[in-house]
Design a protein around this ligand. Sequence first.
Ligand SMILES: Nc1ncnc2c1ncn2[C@@H]1O[C@H](COP(=O)(O)OP(=O)(O)OP(=O)(O)O)[C@@H](O)[C@H]1O
Length: 264
Amino acid sequence: MSRLETQGLVIDVPQRGDGRALDLLLEPGQVWGVLGPNGAGKTTLLHTLAGLRAPRRGEVRLDGRPLSALARRRVARQLGLVFQERLDGFPATVRETALIGRHPWLSPWQMEGGEDLRLAEAALARLDVGHLADRLVNTLSGGERQRLAIATVLTQAPRIWLADEPTNHLDLHHQTAVMALLAEQAGAGHAVMMCLHDLNLAARWCDHLLLLYPDGEACWGPRDAMLVPSALERLYGQRLATAEVDGAPVFVPARRRARGSEGP
Ligand SMILES: Nc1ncnc2c1ncn2[C@@H]1O[C@H](COP(=O)(O)OP(=O)(O)OP(=O)(O)O)[C@@H](O)[C@H]1O
């Protein structure tokens, strides 16, 4: 079980004021959704939480210790990041790419063993890309590549998942399968935080939400307290119509814009 905590965290978004400092606690079993318009700082936040980017102020703590003081290998054993963008620098197969997830668990020149291979194959099958194991990654479709990225983190087996728009490029069936996988991870006592553009996936699958505004303001808390239409309309500068389906709220853009919003 691992906990990720921020204390007075101000992420470093260039040319922006500090806004509200973040005091977050991501606990085992929780699924957090990070919502906000383009450019609000969602990716910057996830990269800061993963220790890939320095905060402007405050700190990130992993199990009570400053992330910056921990060895990267130790961090990588506990914390997995699904990137929004990925650069496939050299021609690797799908299987080889998934096996990269085992690297934090191997010593520097150690080859992957049978158990590593078993974990990678199981993750590929779980993400419905097992049949593509021998294919080169640069031949995959956008959705297949996205599922491989998630399979690689599943192979890594972290206790904390940070996922940047994990449903990007996915069709409806695979969106649901990925959200179910992340919920299952939380059910197993892991912690999940993900950036989402789909309010309805957040409403259905997340138990906590963080709303990030473009000026650095933020609010966070249990999902139901955050799903307030007026707050969401202010977040996106978009009027919303709300309905209820299967006991969960569903939000769709209304035709007229919110008062004071900009853009087309
Ligand atoms: N290296 C950089 N130099 C200048 N500006 C940057 C740099 N990196 C990020 N930014 C800016 O910081 C802001 C936050 O970017 P970030 O990618 O975190 O937003 P986001 O909320 O994830 O957006 P999106 O929904 O479009 O993915 C954006 O305005 C972006 O242009």
